[in-house]
Design a protein around this ligand. Structure first.
Ligand SMILES: [Zn+2]
Length: 202
């Protein structure tokens, strides 16, 4: 920690340094910048403080939302029978941006990782099954990154849904193995969505 700074500044620097991808130098730059921009301190402070109270999980799909239902679940012009499983809201928005997918989503928020305590409960498998059973879903489209954890999670979900009368598809090749979906360029992703492959028929 830099010497000669007041405690308040040092505390802010060490807090910024806890953010992913922020080292101590960047943390210091952010903090000094804020010190010379009091109006930004005010706005940022309010937004950060309100964040956990304003943004919650959509009651249906677990996407981030300020209301009980997110804007996608409230949109009844979408294809009702298709449900796309994504790891997180970042992937969801990446898929939305391609404009080729018009069904609904389910957000896992994690990939299965028993050593980190992430099991079926954490990824919302019961909610997912309930959704499939109660909303007339005919196709479950698994759009998880083709990483080891993504593949393991997809296999688990496939196994879990094997007796449900739904077709299960996944992204077609085009998404390189080992790559996270959020880093795939939109054109490749578009192709992977439209050419999704079938893992299981109804
Ligand atoms: Zn939703």
């Amino acid at each position: 920690m830099p010497k000669g700074y007041p405690v308040a500044l040092n505390q802010l620097i060490s807090t910024f340094a806890k953010l992913p991808g922020v080292g101590e130098k960047t943390a210091q730059r952010f903090s000094l910048f804020l010190l010379s921009h009091p109006e930004l301190c005010e706005t940022l402070g309010d937004l950060i403080k309100e964040l956990p109270y304003r943004v919650k999980l959509c009651k249906i799909c677990r996407n981030f939302s300020e209301n009980d239902l997110c804007s996608i679940c409230q949109d009844d012009t979408r294809e009702k029978e298709v449900l796309c499983i994504v790891e997180n809201p970042v992937t969801l928005h990446h898929i939305e941006a391609t404009g080729v997918y018009r069904g609904y989503y389910f957000v896992l928020h994690y990939l299965l990782s028993p050593k980190d305590g992430i099991g079926p409960k954490e990824i919302g498998l019961d909610e997912l099954t309930f959704l499939i059973k109660t909303r007339g879903i005919k196709e479950v489209f698994i759009a998880l990154s083709p990483t080891m954890a993504g593949e393991a999670t997809a296999t688990y979900i496939l196994q879990h849904l094997k007796n449900e009368p739904v077709k299960i598809t996944r992204l077609a090749c085009g998404v390189p193995m080992g790559m996270e979906i959020q880093f795939v360029d939109p054109l490749t992703l578009k192709k992977a969505i439209t050419g999704r492959e079938c893992l299981k028929n109804e």
